[in-house]
Structure formats: C-alpha cells, structure tokens
Design a protein around this ligand. Structure first.
Ligand SMILES: NC(=O)c1ccc[n+]([C@@H]2O[C@H](COP(=O)([O-])OP(=O)(O)OC[C@H]3O[C@@H](n4cnc5c(N)ncnc54)[C@H](O)[C@@H]3O)[C@@H](O)[C@H]2O)c1
Ligand SMILES: O=C(O)[C@@H]1CCCCN1
Length: 315
C-alpha cells in the first residue's frame, strides 16, 4: 500500500487518463450538495488561504478539505501567475496531496492542473443543469484560456448547442479555440452574449466584462474568473437583477468581488438547489458565481486515485 515513505506520484497525463468529464460532473455535483449539508456529509473545509506575492503580482493558494462521506482528505496548492500568459508556463499551476485519513500518511502527490481545469467546468455544468433552461441552444464564452476550453467541453455534453460563440481580448486565442470547436469568434463581448442562453465568463479581468443590459432575460451565467475580493467580471446591474447562486456562501462573502463590490444578494448555494432546499428559477435570469472550493478537488483526487489503484490491481 502506498504510504508516507512511498506516495504515488501521478503526472498530468496519468490524472487525465482516469478523469471522464461526465463522471466528474456527477461527482462534483454531489460534492456541492454535500458542502451545503456539512452536518450530515461531515465536510470540513476552511475558506482557502491566498498568500499574495506582490513582487510578481501572483498568489499561492492553499486549499485543504475532508469529506467524511468519501473518507477523503487532501489539500491543493495552487499558484496563480497571470504574468505567465503567453509563455510556455500556464497561469495556474497546481499540485494535490492526497492523504490516508485514518493515519495521516501521504498517499499520492498528483498533478492538480488537469483536475482544476476539469472540475471547475464540471461545477459550472452541474449548476447550469439546474439553473439554465433545458432547451438552451446558444452558448457564449468570454475568455479563451484553459477554462474556456473545458467549459465548452463540459457544457456540450449536456446541451445540443446550435451555436457556440467566443469573445476574448486577444483575438488570436479566440480564433484558435473557435477552430477546435467550430465556434464563432465575435468582435465584442456584447455581440457574443446577444440572445445567448448560457454565458460563461472565464477571464482574468478585474473589472466587469459582462453588462446586465446585454444579457437576455431568462439566460444563465456562470461567472468563473473573479476569485478575489478586488476583482469582478459582472456589472452591478446584472447581479442586482439576476438571482445569484454561489458555490460557498462563506467563501463568496470573503473572496467574491462580484458579491462584495457589487453589494449583491446571494439567494442560495447551488448545493442547496441540488439538495432540493432552494428553488432553481430556470426561467429567470440566474448567475452562478464560482470561486472554486477545495472539496471539488478532494473528491476529484479520490476518484482518480481509486481508479488508478483499481487498474493496477493494488490495494
Ligand atoms: N472558479 C474556479 O473554480 C476557478 C478555477 C480555476 C480558474 N479560475 C479563474 O478563471 C480564470 C481563467 O482561468 P484560465 O485557467 O482559463 O486562465 P488562462 O490564463 O488560461 O486564460 C485567461 C483568459 O482571460 C483573458 N484575460 C486575461 N486578462 C483579461 C482582462 N483583463 N480582460 C479580459 N480578458 C482577460 C485571457 O486573454 C485568456 O483568454 C482566472 O481568473 C482563474 O483564476 C476559476
Ligand atoms: O479554485 C481554484 O482552484 C482556483 C484557484 C485559483 C483562483 C481561482 N480558483
């Protein structure tokens, strides 16, 4: 059995091999429900710590969590370095340490970048399933990085889109991504979101990239990119007029500029909707503010580890 003296090391390639987006959407959906029901699921998840590295305008995030239901204990260490954009090094670098909860032994050191990219899109897909209209046909993506790609992949599994539109500040990256998916590149964010049913904002922007006036009544928005209190992607008019859901109320009140700067009212955690305790309002304009929560990484890492161990015939 892998233990403190010989933890498994799992590369991005290995992690990818054991992650299937459809399965991940189900697993992450369940974890968000469990997060909103900590008493019975036994989730322990402090709000993450971000260490600012001002000299390089970067952050180191520490994201620990435990799920008693899954008996899974892990922490993610994630570097956020926007200045890496355009280089060979990604803007997000992550490692996940998975522990054996019964004795504290380190079981695995695994790449966290693939999990971060995929589990974030899986969380948005789970929220979208509850909050968007079932007959959604037009998907608009603002931003053209890793999250843009994984969001198109995840949402395309759930909806039969007739059109996928992309706008990004750098046209070349939008064009390359659009080419992969047969999507349309737009000249402005406003053009991209016009009449869209589902909109995802997946940028590093610190100021609003989506204005409420551009959004069709009844559309659903996944706001994924603004994860610190000083950044927001959504205009005040949008968070004021839409029904706002978050992944973690505790996290959003500390980390979400879309909530804090806009003085937005949180209607519910998406987990409360998953549990059937709060309404979904599929036909009204809805916003899911995703900050990313450790429990999504914990359950994803456990899934990968268990599948790997089973495939190797290990205990
Ligand atoms: N909610 C979550 O769970 C979660 C998880 C991972 C990443 N994120 C966040 O999502 C965002 C995108 O992550 P990624 O991995 O795709 O990054 P990436 O570097 O791969 O892509 C970033 C995209 O944002 C665009 N961009 C950068 N600065 C911008 C600005 N000022 N205005 C408009 N567009 C701008 C870039 O052109 C690029 O298209 C980041 O802010 C990241 O922190 C959230
Ligand atoms: O939840 C996450 O994994 C990321 C970490 C970096 C900031 C955005 N959210």
């Amino acid at each position: 059995m892998a233990g403190i003296r010989n933890p498994l090391t799992m590369s991005a390639e290995t992690v990818s091999k054991y992650l299937d987006m459809r399965e991940l959407i189900d697993v992450v959906e369940r974890s968000l429900g469990d997060l909103s029901d900590k008493e019975s699921s036994g989730i322990e998840q402090p709000v993450r710590t971000f260490v600012p590295v001002k000299k390089y305008q970067s952050l180191l995030g520490v994201m620990p969590g435990y799920s008693a239901k899954d008996d899974a204990l892990a922490t993610k260490l994630v570097s956020v370095c926007p200045q890496n954009a355009g280089t060979d090094i990604p803007t997000h670098l992550a490692t996940i340490l998975l522990f054996e909860p019964s004795n504290g032994c380190l079981k695995a050191i695994m790449d966290g970048e693939v999990i971060t990219t995929m589990r974030t899109a899986a969380a948005s897909a789970a929220a979208t399933k509850y909050l968007a209209r079932d007959d959604s046909k037009i998907l608009a993506i603002i931003g053209a990085g890793h999250q843009a790609r994984s969001h198109i992949q995840a949402l395309s599994l759930l909806y039969d889109f007739t059109e996928v539109r992309i706008w990004s500040r750098t046209k070349a990256t939008a064009t390359a991504l659009a080419h992969e998916f047969g999507a349309r590149v737009c000249e402005s964010a406003e053009e991209a979101v016009k009449d869209a049913d589902i909109i995802c904002t997946v940028t590093f922007s610190a100021t609003p990239v989506l204005q409420g006036e551009w959004v069709k009544a009844g559309a659903h928005v996944n706001a994924v990119g603004a994860c610190i209190a000083s950044s927001r992607e959504l205009s005040e008019s949008l968070t004021r007029d839409a029904i706002v859901y978050v992944d973690s109320r505790e996290g959003a009140l500390k980390e979400s500029g879309d909530i804090i700067i806009n003085k937005a009212e949180i209607y519910a955690e998406v987990g409360e909707v998953i549990l059937g305790r709060k309404e979904a309002f599929k036909h009204k304009t809805t916003v899911f503010i995703s900050l990313g929560v450790a429990i999504e990484d914990v359950v994803s890492a456990k899934l990968v580890y268990d599948k790997y161990v089973a495939s190797q015939g290990m205990q």
